[in-house]
Design a protein around this ligand. Sequence first.
Ligand code: MTE
Ligand code: MO
Length: 302
Amino acid sequence: MAHRWTNDLTRDDVTPYKDYLNRRQLMAGMTGLGLAGLVGTGSAAAATDLTPTSYEDITSYNNFYEFGTGKGDPATYAHLLNTQDWSIQIDGLVDRPGDYKFDDVMKEMTVEERIYRFRCVEAWSMVVPWNGFELKDLLDLAGVQSEAKYVAFETLYRPTEMVGQRLPTLNWPYVEGLRLDEAMNPLTIMATGIYDKPIPNQNGAPLRLVVPWKYGFKSIKSVVRITLTDYEPPTSWNQAGPREYGFYSNVNPEVDHPRWSQATERLIGGGVFAKRQDTLMFNGYEEEVAGLYEGMDLQRNF
Ligand SMILES: Nc1nc2c(c(=O)[nH]1)N[C@H]1C(S)=C(S)[C@@H](COP(=O)(O)O)O[C@H]1N2
Ligand SMILES: [Mo]
């Protein structure tokens, strides 16, 4: 399929994508000259920024306020959530609205591994080897109508099992949204696994959005409803703090949060003495997504 973003990264090849392409071109060029044998395969070691974070860290340091606001709360309480017989209501401006059973959806989708940088607005980051499918393929199942301009997402509301929902920390249910072209971008996935295992409850089982060039809070967990709209949908963090959290929330080292700098980040797993690393424009996906925002003032549309 022509639209697919080719994920050449695997856990055995952690060279950044660009270096990888360059190396491939270099190798291709040199093969003709009979020099390919001179190129070592050890260059992967240079790519420390894309070494996946440990499974332990990814699944024990979480934000999932439905289970509490502490980083360890989701791992402690999310087992209370029953994800059996999950379905996703897809409605609004679609040709085939309805309840889509998770198990049925999975039979239709192509699941692949996507190793993405993940940057929380709180200025920490990880590298996560997700398994998932492109959101576009799910939206195509439902048939997006031509008037649709945005996609709204909703997390499950079930305070009996999501114990953090018993407190008014946020307006429940948690809601998020994307512009339709952002939703259709091949980088945008619904993740159903991590490290080739079903996604743990604390990370958003059985399926959660992942938008790697945006701050982590856009990547809404445990999705039960997707609505196609012709208006910009409300989003939980924007409602909670409109001056601090905009609709776009693209990772941008040049636009600081009103209370802290976004220029650098702490990579989880490096230990307390690890040096902070520079935050990349669009979290390192500038080449793939900058075109979506051409002509937009990114200071105003934060
Ligand atoms: N429903 C829901 N989705 C959510 C959140 C949440 O509290 N509730 N937290 C967000 C935030 S702030 C971040 S940083 C990521 C964290 O994802 P992770 O725990 O898998 O790293 O989930 C996002 N999705
Ligand atoms: Mo976050």
